[in-house]
Write a protein that binds this ligand. Sequence first.
Ligand SMILES: [Zn+2]
Length: 69
Amino acid sequence: MDTMIESEEASDTLNATDRCDYCGSQAYVWANGVSGDLLFCRHHFLKSEEKIRDWAFEIIDEAYKANQK
Ligand SMILES: [Zn+2]
């Protein structure tokens, strides 16, 4: 019995159908702030990272997934 059970744990907040709210690219960062939540691609997250970190009280960064195909 060598069946690998891949549990979909932790890092499934974002998936390929999530799109950046700014450009529509695949989103890798989810930020939850006082006025709602936003999705960002890597580019737009880095572009406004300071503002986002100021605004959001919760950020999930799954940019490492960008290296997985
Ligand atoms: Zn974007």
